[in-house]
Design a protein around this ligand. Structure first.
Ligand code: NAP
Length: 294
């Protein structure tokens, strides 16, 4: 089996993850729909493939990190997809956040071509991708997880085999329920403190190390105070994740009280043209409900 690793999707997350694979010493081939985004990696030693089929033909392990379920289907199973180039026995690892059912179906389609598949969605934000400290939730067979481990360890720190195919995506959706609930709580706390005349940096310093501390508060709280809306994770992708949560929760009958309301707040922000901003711009929607501008 070819030792070379292929990476598809060099967005905010994928670019840093691919760079960490190179740093760890793996021979790397990359492909991105918008080719310019590969320039830095090619300068650092990666090979550029002309499409996912060509990439798969020279790699025994293929990692994808694109946007949504249909995008993963396109790069893996589409006309110029991985499935048409990969040798039997190759391992495909998808790090995108997509629907658990979609992941299972993609795994089955690849298996029919003798290709192995893991769903391995990630958490830890753009910072985690950059520093190689991502949490990675993996669904699939244990023997393939063991085979994937050196690559996953080059990109992440907490790698957990959470169950069979699709389980990685289900755990990632649980992660997103936790993330947006925390983001909403942070937004309400900041709007409340500002309306009460409190200095917000002082407030963050006072509470971040206590029981209310969290990754979101430490990383996105200061950005909210500084009105820095650059995305580590865009509102459009966050909204996509909440759609996936609500669909999957509907299938198992789990009520989503807070998550469904936050879904509507993000929808309102998208409709105001803010889909490209960071997901912490949720605070703008919360502030508007309080009759304030943020
Ligand atoms: P991003 O910056 O928007 O990048 C998306 C990437 O997917 C780009 O390389 C884009 O190519 C590619 N892509 C999208 N649709 C495609 C298609 N149909 N065919 C080929 N390529 C396609 O997104 P990101 O923030 O890196 O997120 C990537 C995935 O990781 C998403 O599933 C997201 O939910 C998940 N995630 C993100 C974060 C985060 O904090 N950012 C954290 C955890 C998980 P172009 O360059 O041509 O547009």
């Amino acid at each position: 089996m070819n030792e070379r690793v292929g990476f598809i999707g060099l967005g905010i997350m994928g670019r840093s993850m691919a760079a960490n694979l190179l740093k760890a010493g793996f021979a790397l081939t990359v492909w991105n729909r918008t080719a310019e985004r590969a320039t830095d990696l090619v300068a650092a030693g990666a090979r550029l493939a002309s499409n996912p089929t060509a990439l798969a033909a020279e790699c025994g392990t293929i990692i994808s990190c694109v946007s949504d379920t249909l995008d993963v289907r396109q790069v893996l199973l589409g006309e110029q997809g991985v499935i048409h180039g990969a040798q039997a026995g190759s391992l495909v690892i998808d790090c995108s956040t997509i629907s658990p059912q979609g992941a299972r179906e993609i795994g089955q389609a690849l298996a029919a071509h003798k290709l192995h598949f893991l769903d391995a969605p990630i958490s830890g934000g753009s910072e985690g991708a950059k520093h190689g400290t991502l949490s990675i939730m993996v669904g699939g067979d244990a023997e393939h997880v063991a085979r994937a481990m050196p690559y996953l360890q080059a990109m992440g720190k907490t790698i957990t085999h959470v169950g069979a195919s699709g389980a990685g995506q289900t755990v990632k959706l649980a992660n997103q329920i936790l993330v947006v609930g925390t983001m909403q709580a942070m937004s309400e706390a900041l709007v409340f403190a500002e309306a009460s005349g409190i200095d917000l940096n002082t407030m963050l310093a006072a509470v971040s190390g206590g029981a209310a501390g969290s990754w979101t508060l430490s990383n996105r709280g200061p950005q909210c105070v500084a009105h820095d809306w650059r995305p580590g994770f865009t509102i459009d992708l966050q909204q996509k994740d909440l759609r996936l949560v609500l669909e999957a929760a509907d299938q198992v009958g789990a009520p989503m009280l807070i998550t469904s309301q936050i879904f509507q707040l993000y929808r309102a922000l998208q409709q105001s043209g803010l889909g490209h901003e960071g997901n912490h711009a949720l605070i703008k929607a919360v502030a508007r409900l309080a009759g304030r501008e943020w």
